[in-house]
Design a protein around this ligand. Structure first.
Ligand SMILES: [Zn+2]
Length: 430
């Protein structure tokens, strides 16, 4: 038995052959509103035609409505969908905008603070659970609690700096950021550094594993090496968009590794003469632990020692100073070490790409053709060098770095920004 609703996306011309197939197979045709339609008489057949066309018109209007509303949303630069964590939507239908959610935005800022203080992703998840904070999109704390992966997704999302990307990497919304761009970069460096320490990301199969994305659907491309059946000495290596077992990909996007690696090399080596910036994180001093240590030392003073009184005075002074000092956040230190981008990249390409947060969008373009490779990340590298040197981003891109680096090295690689700027200007004007 067939319900005629099944035909609702097709007009009468499509419906008739289908109806014949159903009847030939000995089936019956029913409408949801009128139980039985007798196709053996003229009245029944006319009724059938009317209902099919009505249903078709209705579905056309429905999809038109969806298209028009999507267009309106795009034209208004409005937000469509579920707001990212930390935000809520305000405004009329088709003109919704993202603003900070008073509660979850405070939680996000807290998470950022903990991360900058040296907490791990798992540590942050535990702290959120301890405070009975519900996971995103839930009103009450759940039994399973926060997963480190959820914490990471929130802390590495560009929504924190007011950007939202579409499937192909294009920015489709901009809004009021929750944290400063500077803080965001610190955060990404820290999270990557912690991951590298655990070794989970570095030991990936391919140079571009986890950092190359499909040009069609935006999902991660997986590294594959497939030996040739006829010629076992030959192994194909490349990246493929295959989705997950639950949600396999239909893109058929598959690219050989070599041309993608070449494109990555080319992009990095184009700025290979730029200075390498060392990013060092000085964790915040744990005041409580430090006070405990001083107390323990005070209690353990050996009064047989000749200088016990001096030691005691020093410890008490240290303790008082510590008590008065404000709780400081960790500190990020950036400096040039005289090496170039090329030096460091060549030593370990994957480590360099991860450290600097570069990602790739790759797309096959046809048999025998080179794949299209889009490189993202140069912008933040420019910012990092600008930050380390005190130059503007434009200056970083414009100056000839080789003579500047030579001049800086001659002076023992100063860390004072005013001096770096002066040397850079001097070298640039020569
Ligand atoms: Zn894909």
């Amino acid at each position: 038995m067939w319900k005629v609703d099944r035909f609702d996306r097709q007009n009468l011309l499509h419906a008739i052959p289908m109806a014949n197939m159903v009847l030939d197979a000995g089936g019956r045709i029913e409408f949801s509103t009128q139980r039985r339609i007798d196709l053996s008489d003229s009245y029944g057949r006319k009724e059938f035609a009317n209902r099919i066309e009505d249903a078709y018109e209705e579905s056309k209007i429905k999809s038109d409505r969806i298209r028009i509303s999507k267009d309106t949303i795009r034209r208004n630069k409005a937000f469509d969908g579920r707001p990212p964590y930390g935000y809520q939507t305000v405004g009329e239908k088709y003109n919704k905008q993202l603003v900070h959610d008073p509660i979850t935005s405070a939680i996000v800022r807290k998470m950022v603070e903990w991360c900058l203080d040296g907490d791990t992703l798992a540590g942050i998840a535990k702290r959120l659970d301890d405070l009975s904070i519900p996971v995103p999109n839930k009103r009450k704390p759940s039994v399973n609690g926060w997963a480190p992966k959820t914490v990471k997704d929130i802390l590495t999302s560009e929504t924190l700096i007011g950007k939202r990307h579409g499937a192909k990497g294009k920015i489709i919304n901009t809004f009021d950021p929750l944290i400063e761009l500077d803080t965001w970069h610190k955060l990404q460096t820290l999270i990557k550094m912690n991951e590298r320490k655990r070794g989970s990301v570095v030991k990936a199969p391919g140079t571009l594993s986890d950092i190359s994305f499909c040009g069609t659907c935006g999902r991660i491309m997986h590294y594959r090496s497939i030996p040739d059946k006829k010629n076992p000495a030959y192994v194909w290596t490349g990246y493929r968009c295959d989705g997950t077992s639950k949600d396999p990909s239909k893109c058929k996007n598959m690219v050989s590794a070599a041309p993608v690696y070449e494109a990555a090399d080319e992009a990095v080596m184009a700025i290979g003469h730029w200075p390498n910036v060392v990013t060092e994180w000085k964790a915040a001093l744990d005041v409580t632990a430090e006070l405990d240590r001083i107390e323990a030392e005070l209690r353990g003073l050996d009064y047989d020692e000749l200088d016990w009184r001096e030691t005691q005075d020093r410890l008490i002074a240290e303790r008082d100073e510590l008590k008065q000092s404000e709780v400081k956040a960790g500190e990020l230190r950036l400096y040039l070490d005289g090496r170039t981008v090329a030096d460091v990249y060549r030593a370990d390409k994957r480590a360099w790409l991860l450290e600097h947060g570069w990602t790739f969008t790759v797309q096959a373009t046809g048999r025998g053709q080179r794949p299209a490779v889009m490189v993202h990340g140069r912008e933040s590298l420019t910012e990092t060098i600008a930050k380390a040197t005190g130059l503007t981003a434009d200056q970083v891109m414009a100056v000839q770095w080789i003579p500047i680096l030579a001049a800086l090295q001659e002076r023992g690689l100063p860390t004072d920004q005013a001096e770096i700027r002066r040397i850079a200007q001097q070298a640039a004007s020569k």
